[in-house]
Design a protein around this ligand. Structure first.
Ligand code: UD1
Length: 414
């Protein structure tokens, strides 16, 4: 099994490009199933989950080919509607294929999705929405079949689930009539999916706290560019801040980074922007940040909670970070403690007493973003760290080793 070896203590310096967003390309790829023609996605990150999405399309009889960072999809010949169990279990985003398949073919078969283990991750909101739109749901031993022609309805989401909003919004594009989803996800990746579907002839309008989707008879071919990955970019900014470095990330702006920009400024980092690039200079000692709570967009993203915990482990003073989105996004905490971080858990809060330095340790990644937090800690630590199970991290970070190496970090895969 491969292991990441990181010799820490070198400040990260230099320039890298932000890759295309994992959480944007996955729903866009799945939504391409709605289209009886060719879709070209540029700025597509070459990460394991994007390859799995392409594999799903091919397993269903469609075409999906990468050429560097361009993904060309053609689902005109797609003729199967049961997603193979092996691919459903490989990643949670397999669920985003269900709505588009159901809407176009009137039938979809799938299995309980896999992905990062972050506690219970039910799919009840997706299923309830499809039922409301007229689908019949048949469940037998982990296998779920949805059948029926969809009609536009009003759906109120009790929680602004990213996945459920995206599934239902995509399916509603080919439903009969207008669908209104209240309390939808407003993540930039959800808006990017709406923009993409509109480019293909969809009729989606976002309002303050609702999204309206007028069903159309067909969607047509289009080319779209995947938005930059705010989570990836913020991960490298945290790594630069933790190592007292100075980096530029090209291809993203401070406003696209969202609230993490403000948080990094609170820690004492200088953050500026020039020509579609973000520059960060770390202070000699970071400030603690009290009262950070994860929440749906525009709140603090749960996908950055582990990385900010790693960073605040090195801040002066006490920080408190509370996880509200996932019940068990905490498996990085005992690993960070192995590097010398002083963190205690109380209910869903992490109380972090900043230390002066971290030390290299033998670590294990249990999920994607938790693994990224360990990379940050290891880069900042004195001495050598080993990170086991790095495949979790590669699921979401294109060219991780090349990018860190180009910034002067000492990282290799054994
Ligand atoms: C997406 C992101 C993931 C991110 C998460 C929250 C992608 C590919 N993944 O995941 O990186 O961490 O948003 O920002 O975009 N829930 C239910 N029932 C459902 C659906 C969700 O109870 O049917 C709960 C989940 O268990 C979780 C919370 O809602 O506690 C958030 O889930 P959701 O917003 O749906 O996240 P994902 O779409 O899975």
């Amino acid at each position: 099994m491969p292991v990441l070896r990181i010799k820490g203590g070198t400040p990260l310096r230099g320039e890298i490009y932000a890759s295309g967003a994992k959480n944007a390309v996955l729903p866009m790829t799945a939504a391409s199933v709605l289209i009886n023609g060719r879709v070209t996605l540029t700025n597509c990150p070459r990460i394991a989950d994007a390859e799995t999405s392409a594999e799903i399309i091919k397993a269903l009889g469609g075409c999906a080919e990468f050429d560097k960072n361009m993904l060309t999809i053609d689902c005109s010949g797609l003729n199967l509607t049961r997603i193979p169990q092996r691919l459903c279990e490989k990643m949670r985003s397999s669920i985003t294929f269900c709505g588009p398949l159901l809407a176009r073919f009137g039938c979809v078969g799938f299995y309980e999705p896999g992905g990062c283990v972050l506690g219970k991750r039910p799919i009840d909101l997706h299923i309830k929405g499809f039922k409301a739109m007229g689908a019949e749901v048949i469940e037998e031993r982990g296998k779920i079949t949805l059948k029926g022609s969809l009609k536009g309805v009003k759906i109120n989401l009790p929680f602004p689930s990213v996945g459920a909003t995206q599934s239902l919004m995509a399916a509603a594009c080919l439903a009969k009539g207008t669908t209104v989803i209240t309390n939808p996800s407003k993540e930039p990746e959800t808006l990017a999916l709406a923009d993409f579907l509109n480019l293909c002839g969809g009729k989606i309008s976002f309002y303050e706290n609702k999204v309206e989707i007028e069903g159309v008879n067909r969607l047509h071919s289009a080319q779209a560019r995947v938005i930059p990955d705010r989570i990836e970019a913020a991960t490298y900014l945290c790594a630069a801040a933790a190592t007292k470095g100075e980096i530029t990330i090209k291809g993203i702006t401070i406003s696209e980074l969202g609230i993490i920009g403000d948080v990094l400024k609170k820690t004492g980092c200088i953050l500026t922007e020039e020509h579609n690039a973000v520059f960060l200079k770390a202070p000699q000692r970071l400030n603690a940040v009290d009262g950070l709570t994860t929440a749906p967009y525009p709140g603090f993203p749960t996908d950055l909670q582990p990385q900010i915990c790693a960073l605040l482990s090195l801040a002066q003073g006490k920080s408190v970070v509370t996880e509200t989105v996932f019940e068990a996004r905490n498996r990085h905490i005992p690993e960070l403690i192995k590097t010398g971080a002083e963190i205690t858990e109380k209910n869903r809060s992490f109380i972090i007493n900043g230390v002066n330095s971290l030390k290299g340790a033998k670590l294990t990644a249990f999920d994607l973003r938790g693994g990224a937090a360990l990379v940050i800690a290891a880069l900042a630590a004195e001495g050598t760290s080993e990170i086991h199970n790095p495949h979790h991290i590669f699921r979401g970070y294109e060219g991780l080793i090349q990018k860190i190496t180009s910034l002067g970090g000492n990282i290799e895969i054994l």
